[in-house]
Ligand binder design. Structure first.
Ligand code: IMP
Length: 428
């Protein structure tokens, strides 16, 4: 039995979905613990590509029970569209559950996400416009609506009336837009609740029993640690806690149940949205990485900002999450490059920094200090084991491992299932 948290270690899009999909073959449960429809993973099935945002990345395995945990914010309309896609793919949904404590992303959250972003002007965060920030604001303001509320028509109406009165004041008086209709929202969302009713359950109890029964569980993080609301590049972050510490709260499992934490890094780094990114490449090298790595957002299609591997933020994140081991993804994207760089410290004026500063202006002023490593200029995508990788790839990966002070467990050399080199047993 084992509970493993899988955490993005950069600004999201590291390839968590692929690793979860592979490890899920050996697990009983996959549980999302935070975020919402802002996340995205692509799944190739029967020669067609599908994009999922809420359903955990284990759903294509008939042995796995997939859970949307209490820490997630759920857009019922988006979720129903994903479930319809799964039915179309012939995937059974009798092993899919949503926590009754998960908060609902309501139509006014989408509206406010857009209006708030527009009002930020040049300071915009670059949110994915899925209502995530406003939904978490309501959760903590204690005006949120949870899945359990949605199932009870009267309770839902009462909570919606209170929340909507306040939101409509914001929408009309602050932003000068038209108010939303209580009746329309109530009818539409109560209708969604009827379609989702069979999936809504006491998932915390289900997972606690699974742990007691010795079942294995993967806790699936969304986004990445550099987007964490406490430890990321605040305020250019997402609205939830993305780090391993929140995996327990967001799934409803006791802390001591989590046996290992696996950190997922890309062999370089990417970011979508605004905010400082010390190793960003603005030249043709960045464009080359974007094209080679198909670095365009799954949720929005936006081009991702690309840069060299940043071991300063990488080590900060490894320590913060207490990674037991790490995966390095998309190594093959670097195959053609003659020289690679790894950022080993930041320079802020005359000062060398080994951890990212909390002050955003300081972070924005940091210059990366690089080490150069020779590329391997050989295809790695067919490599089945460590010994199949070129010597220069070994040196690059071993240096990352050393700088992150964490053992390397997995190296991904292609998008497909099986294109992953296992260096150590993960015991999931
Ligand atoms: P929000 O999560 O939509 O509020 O967006 C806040 C920031 O997080 C923006 O910079 C987004 O681009 C970024 N973000 C949100 N979800 C993801 C993700 O799944 N991958 C990468 N970036 C994300």
């Amino acid at each position: 039995m084992s509970v493993t948290a899988i955490v993005g270690a950069q600004w999201g899009d590291e390839g968590k979905g692929k690793i979860i999909d592979e490890l899920a073959a050996r697990t009983d449960f996959v549980v999302r613990y935070q975020g919402g429809g802002n996340a995205g993973h692509r799944v190739v099935h029967g020669g067609r590509e599908f994009a999922f945002h809420l359903v955990p990345a284990g759903i294509l395995h008939p042995n796995v029970t997939c859970v949307i945990g209490n820490g997630v914010v759920v857009d019922p309309r988006g979720l129903l569209a994903e479930l319809a896609m799964l039915r179309e793919m012939g995937v059974g949904l009798d092993r899919f559950f949503i926590s009754e404590r998960a908060h609902v992303v309501m139509p006014y959250h989408f509206v406010l996400d857009r209006l708030e972003e527009e009002s930020r002007g040049v300071e915009k965060i670059g949110t994915v416009m899925r209502g995530i920030g406003p939904a978490y604001v309501d959760k903590y303001a204690r005006t949120g609506i949870r899945m359990a509320d949605l199932l009870d028509a009267d309770q839902f109406r009462a909570k919606l009336a209170t929340a909507l009165a306040q939101k409509n004041r914001m929408i009309t008086q602050i932003y000068g837009q038209s108010p939303l209709s209580l009746e329309e929202i109530h009818t539409e969302y109560f209708g969604y609740a009827q379609q989702l009713r069979r999936f809504i359950a006491d998932t915390e109890g289900m997972l606690q029993k699974a742990v007691a029964d010795g079942r294995s569980i993967l806790l699936e993080g969304a986004q990445g640690a550099l987007l964490d609301v406490d430890f990321g590049t605040y305020p250019f972050v997402t609205a939830s806690s993305t780090v391993a510490g929140n995996a327990s709260t967001g799934a409803g499992l006791p802390l001591r149940g989590i046996r290992q934490v696996l950190g997922i890094y890309k062999a370089y780094i990417t970011r979508v949205g605004s905010g400082p990114m010390p190793t960003e490449l603005f030249n043709g090298e960045g464009d080359a990485l974007r094209e080679a790595g198909h670095e365009y957002g799954t949720t929005t299609g936006r081009p991702r900002r690309c840069g060299w591997f940043d071991a300063v933020s990488g080590r900060f994140v490894a320590r913060l999450n207490g990674f037991d081991s790490i995966a390095v993804m998309k190594l093959d994207v670097l195959d053609t490059l003659p020289t690679l760089k790894i950022c080993t410290s930041y320079r802020l004026g005359e000062t060398a920094l080994s951890v990212p500063p909390a002050n955003l202006n300081d972070l924005a002023a940091c210059e990366p200090v690089y080490e150069e490593w020779p590329g391997w200029q050989t295809p790695t995508s067919g490599a089945a084991g460590w010994d199949d990788l070129p010597e220069n790839a070994h040196r690059y990966l071993r240096r990352i491992e050393e700088l992150l002070e964490t053992p390397l467990a997995l190296v991904s050399v292609g998008p497909g299932r099986g294109e992953t080199i296992h260096l150590r047993e993960l015991n999931v």
